[in-house]
Design a protein around this ligand. Structure first.
Ligand code: UT7
Length: 323
């Protein structure tokens, strides 16, 4: 059994910045409300021609460059996304081809909304641990702006676009130590997109293909659930809170992040926060945050990282990683 070790990270944000003040011109909101209730000041939004796959390609190339790895040697690519370019081919198949991975290598997308990166990481870790792959690209990439109702102040102020990528390589040295995945389909009405291709086009006309969320109810469940997954992760590894060097959380709301940090008794300086500049980039938020903190030198080799996410489904999960 091999460990899956992170040997490279990369990320990409579209150029266009949309500030809270920009949104004041669209809906009945204020910069103050958004900052106080969410911690978000601005977010990035794709240009008309840009797709989820475009963002993923750039993030993947950056991660490969950091790992000093030839894409032809990567044998697995998994992309967590709820905003794929097409119904099929999967965005992962398209990226596999565009970055120069070998034909015949394994490529697929994972649909777990904001938890998509953690789900993809779990699967890649299992491939590597059991010898099914030696070198994997795990990506979270989203164009959330395409599924937002820009007239709904309850959702349009929250989300942003971006992509983050991680290279995992088989190693004798510790890397991913454990992963924990969960889902509960019984709360669909709290967070969902009412349309999907399986429903035909009538559905799109009736309700629109944009995010619907009962934010406050989601908030409470997210805080409770993430508290539980912290305990689950520590217990599974016989660790205590003091052992964690960095919390790298999904960036949905600064108040949710602060609640998880309190649960871990971690000072906020030990929590990677990108929500102010990125907003909620769904499956991309954790690999984006990871890349930022690795590149600016905060996260160092040997540090113990707790990654966690909660999102539509509901889905939630965590990963304990020795960097
Ligand atoms: O990543 C996937 C998982 N998603 C999440 O984890 C999101 C979880 N939820 C949240 O982050 C928060 O619930 C929100 C940021 C969405 C909302 O914050 P809240 O503190 O839960 O506010 P609320 O929904 O209880 O609304 C409070 C008030 C309401 O007005 P009234 O009824 O008190 O008059 C809302 O209509 O704030 C109003 N409101 C706004 N006001 C200004 C809602 N959205 C806005 C807005 N600007 N954008």
């Amino acid at each position: 059994m091999s460990y899956a070790r992170i040997t490279g990270t990369g990320s990409y944000l579209p150029e266009k910045v949309v500030t809270n003040v920009d949104l004041e011109n669209l809906v009945d909101t204020s910069d103050r409300w958004i900052q106080e209730r969410t911690g978000i000041a601005e977010r990035r939004v794709v240009a008309e021609h840009e797709t989820c796959g475009d963002l993923a390609v750039i993030a993947a190339r950056e991660a490969l460059a950091m790992a000093d790895l030839d894409p032809a040697l990567v044998d697995l690519i998994i992309i967590g996304t709820c905003t794929p370019d097409r119904v099929f081919p999967s965005t992962a198949c398209m990226v596999q081809n565009r970055i120069g991975m070998a034909p015949g290598t394994v490529a697929f997308d994972v649909s777990a909304a904001c938890s998509g990166f953690i789900f993809a990481l779990d699967i890649a870790n299992r491939f590597i641990a059991t010898g099914g792959a030696r070198r994997a690209l795990v990506i979270g990439a989203e164009t959330m702006s395409r599924i937002l109702d820009w007239n709904d102040r309850g959702t349009c102020v929250l989300f942003g676009d971006g992509a983050g990528a991680v290279v995992l390589e088989a190693s004798d040295e510790p890397g991913v130590l454990s992963t924990h995945l969960h889902a509960d389909g019984s709360h669909e009405e709290l967070l969902y997109v009412p349309w999907g291709v399986g429903q035909g086009y009538d559905g799109l006309e009736r309700e629109g293909g944009t995010i619907r969320m009962r934010g406050n109810e989601v908030f409470k469940i997210a805080v409770r659930t993430l508290g539980r997954i912290v305990d689950e992760t520590l217990e599974a590894n016989n660790l205590t809170r003091e052992d964690i060097d960095w919390l790298v959380p999904h960036q949905a709301n600064i108040r949710i992040i602060e609640a998880t940090a309190r649960k871990l008794e971690l000072p906020m300086e030990r929590v990677v926060q990108t929500i102010r500049e990125h907003g909620n980039t769904s499956a991309a938020s954790i690999p984006l945050a990871l890349d930022v903190a690795i590149r600016d030198g905060r996260i160092r080799r040997g540090d113990l990282l707790l990654l966690e996410a909660f999102g539509g489904g509901f889905t939630w999960g965590s990963a304990l990683v020795r960097y």
